[in-house]
Structures are given as C-alpha cells and as structure tokens.
Design a protein around this ligand. Structure first.
Ligand SMILES: Nc1nc2c(ncn2[C@@H]2O[C@H](COP(=O)(O)OP(=O)(O)OP(=O)(O)O)[C@@H](O)[C@H]2O)c(=O)[nH]1
Ligand SMILES: [Mg+2]
Length: 446
C-alpha cells in the first residue's frame, strides 16, 4: 500500500489534453524530478517544463500538487495535465515509473480512496458507473449517489434496526408471559415498514436499471405481423429483411437508437409459432427469452386479421412476461380493423401502420422511459447492492417469527445479519476478495 502508483487517467487517442496521475509518498519527489525547475504549491496549477529520465524536454504542461490528506486518494497526488495524443502522456508515465513509481492497477486510485476512508463503497461504485452511464438521467442518479445519498439511507436504516435491537433488549427483563403485547407490535410494525421501504427501492431500481446501462426493448409477435417493418421504421432505414413470407426473421436483430434522452437497444425477434425446423425453433426460443429480459416489450398483432391460435399463444406469453412494461401494437391498421380489441384491455394499446409511421409508438416509448426515470426515489446501481438489500429483507422476514414467540436470541441474530448485509453496501471491511474484484472492473487511471 505504501508504494507510489502512476497511470494515465485520460482515454487514449487524440485529444487536446491528457492527464497523468501519480499518488503516494514519493509523488512530490517524482514530480520535482520531472518538472525540474517548478515550484509546486499545494492546489496551485503551475506551468512547468517537463523532462524525461534523460533530461530531455518533453512538454510544457500544467502540474498540480494535492497534499495529503486533501486529495482524492488521501495520499500526496501530483497531476500532470500535458498535451494530448498518445506519446507525451506515455513519456511522462514512463519517466515517473523510472523514478520509482509502479504502474497503477485498474481502479487502484479509487481503491486507495476507499481504504483511506475518503469515500465508501457505494460512492466508489458510483464513480465507476458514471464513466459508463448511457443517459443524462443516469448521470444525475450517480451524482446523487456520489454525494452520499445511498450512504445516508443505509445509515438511517441501520440506525432504525439498531434501535429496534435496543428496544428488544428491554424485553429481557420481563418473564416471557409478561411481555407487553404492544411492545412486540410496535417493533413488528417498524420492521415491516423498513422491509417495505427496502422492497420498493429494489423494485424501482430494477425498473430503472436501463438509465445507467441503456434500456432493452424487444419487438415480439407471431410471424408476419410486421415486427421487422416496425424496427426499420424506428431506425429510419431498412435494417431487417421484410417479406410476406412468415418466418422471415430467424434470429434476433439488435440495434441501438436514442429516444428522447434515453439510449435504447432494440431487438427485432423471430416470429413466435410452432417452428418448422430446428433453426427456427432456436430462434423462437430466443424470442421467448426476451420476454423476461427486456425492459419494454412491444407485442405486435395484425389488426386487419381476426384473432387466431398463434395470437392466443403470444397473448399468454406477454401476460406472464417479467419485463417492466408491455405495449401492444395493433399493426396494419391501413388494411382495416378486424381483431377483437377486448383481448387487449389489460394493456396499453397503440394502433398504427408500419407502412406509414411509427411516431406514436416512439412517443409512447419515450413517455414510458421518462416515467421510469422521473422518480426521485433512491436507486441501487449494481446487482451487488441489490443482492445485499435482498439479503437484508430476507433476514428481517426471518426475524418476525422469533419476535412473535419472544425468542430474543434468534430475533437479534437475524436483525444483526440484516445490519451486516446493509453494511456490505458501504463498508464491507472483511471482504478483500470482493474489493479486489470490484475495483479491478474500473478503468485504468481511475
Ligand atoms: N399493409 C401493411 N402491410 C404491412 C405493414 N407492416 C408490415 N407489412 C407487411 O407485412 C409483411 C410482413 O412484414 P415483416 O415486417 O417482415 O413481418 P415480421 O413480423 O417481421 O415477420 P417475421 O420476420 O416472419 O416474423 C411484409 O410484406 C410487410 O410489407 C402495415 O402496416 N401495413
Ligand atoms: Mg421479421
């Protein structure tokens, strides 16, 4: 931990500036050797001539010194803001390495910030996701998390659980049969409130996951209803083959589009029916998988024809789908309306003709995605965080029974386990492996 690390913090490629970061006890010494004549004051940007190991001039650049503990990692940090491109930053890095720094591993700066207590794990995760987020709304949520929103929520919830434990201790002084009923009822009520709060957060986090990672939307339906025509119209070019032969699309076709402020990945799928051959069967299996794996399903039916057996199958599938939202599209409306509308009364339904325009569908998708993002509710941003909250909810549920029976030891065992599960989100001190794995997923120089 005491070694000094260095890395290029900016993306490689052509750009106006690049940043090399050095962190650790030797950072200032190394910087003084590279920026030979510069006087480096903490938090002052100093224009300096930089020299390589052979004392050859390599750039004129800004050097900023952050004195420990007032830096991102809590250690001495020096940042070189040099001219961009791939060569100069690499030369500065190589020079720092030859003066005794070691090359930082991905995420090592952030890992040090965490280990020095500068940030907690939820904040570190927010930093990692911020770099990859796919939407402005996603960035806003992450900025809130970086500011400590999730940490504060976890602390409050943990305090509530600790106070429940403290109150339950009071009951030890009573003989089992004398424990006042209202004491148990009050504890139970508070616990149920905590649990339902956690459950809401998990649900809304899953629904809004796409704000950070991009949303998945799948177009499904029986063959020949116009799924590929809808995809092409959404993309504004003929991406998928369209024909009046049922079974034209045999494998999922995936494309990205921007709808409003959202990045949406659209999958056009093979028409669902009793497949005629092995390859088609594989395609249909994939289509069915999308029903649970996308955020929005566009279920397409042919409005001009009567409802048939294959439509029934699709309707049954969308009723069971685990996706957050299903939008029914009744296509080919230009050929008349003969389908039985009653069948779709449980769904948001749009009538259109993919031959003409899919604008109504696009605005429906946009408002649906906006509604996912509009809530101010707290969001868990990784499956790791969701797993921990699920574990806490499980332990809270397990605690209820022993509470009813006044079995205080079991009760406090489960509440303590719930507290541990919540701690995992912010301060999992005991899990070095987890930390190594998590930080290794960061990019270099972060
Ligand atoms: N009249 C009319 N024809 C349409 C409309 N949308 C699609 N079609 C036609 O319907 C036929 C099937 O369209 P596709 O887009 O290939 O249908 P699909 O659902 O992708 O079919 P599979 O890939 O076989 O599952 C083509 O001949 C299209 O031109 C529409 O809105 N109106
Ligand atoms: Mg198709």
């Amino acid at each position: 931990m005491s070694n000094t690390i260095a890395a290029i913090a900016t993306a490689s490629g052509v750009g106006s500036i690049a940043i090399v970061r050095v962190s650790g006890t030797k950072a200032l010494d190394i910087a003084k050797k590279i920026a030979t004549n510069a006087k480096l004051e903490p938090r002052v940007a100093t224009l300096a001539s930089l020299y390589n190991y052979n004392k050859e001039l390599i750039d004129q650049a800004l050097v900023i010194y952050f004195k420990s503990p007032f830096s991102f990692t809590g250690e001495d940090i020096v940042e070189f803001q040099c001219h961009g491109g791939n060569i100069i930053a690499q030369e500065i890095l190589d020079t720092a390495l030859s003066y005794g720094a070691t090359l930082a591993k991905p995420g090592e700066f952030t890992q040090r910030a965490f280990l020095k207590g500068k940030i907690d794990l939820s904040e570190a995760e927010a930093i990692a996701k911020m770099i990859e987020t796919k939407s402005v709304d996603g960035a806003k949520i992450l900025a809130r998390q970086l500011k400590g929103e999730l940490r504060e929520f976890i602390e409050t919830t943990r305090d509530t659980l600790i106070s429940i434990l403290a109150h339950s201790e009071v009951m030890i002084d009573y003989a089992e049969e004398d424990i006042p009923k209202n004491l148990i009822d009050n504890l139970k009520e508070t616990l149920l409130k905590v649990e339902s709060n956690l459950e809401n957060i998990v649900k809304s986090s899953i629904r809004r996951k796409g704000l950070i990672e991009g949303f998945w939307l799948a177009i499904i339906g029986k063959p020949n209803v116009g799924k590929s025509s809808i995809l092409n119209k959404m993309l504004n070019y003929d991406r998928a083959i369209v024909s009046d032969i049922a079974g034209t699309t045999r494998d999922s076709i995936e494309e990205q589009i921007k709808i409003g402020t959202h990045l949406v990945r659209v999958a056009d799928t093979a028409g669902i029916r009793d497949a005629k051959d092995y390859i088609e069967k594989l395609g249909v299996e994939r289509s069915i998988k999308w029903l649970d794996e996308s955020d929005i399903i566009i279920a397409v039916f042919d409005a001009s024809k009567e409802f048939d057996k294959e439509d029934i199958k699709v309707l049954e599938l969308i009723k069971k789908a685990k996706s957050s939202k299903v939008i029914v599209v009744l296509n080919k409306i230009d050929k008349g309306l003969n389908i039985n509308l009653d069948k779709f009364k449980d769904f948001d339904t749009i009538k259109l003709s993919a031959k003409e325009s899919v604008e109504v569908l696009i605005s429906k998708i946009e408002t649906t995605l906006d509604s996912f993002s509009s809530s101010d509710e707290l969001m868990l941003i990784s499956s790791r965080q969701i797993e921990s909250v699920n574990k806490a909810m499980f332990e809270i549920k397990e605690a209820l029974e022993p509470l009813e029976r006044s079995e205080l030891e079991f009760f406090s065992y489960h509440i303590n386990s719930a507290i541990d599960a919540l701690n995992e989100i912010t301060k999992p001190y005991r899990h070095e492996e987890l930390l190594d794995k998590m930080f290794s997923e960061f990019c270099l120089g972060k």
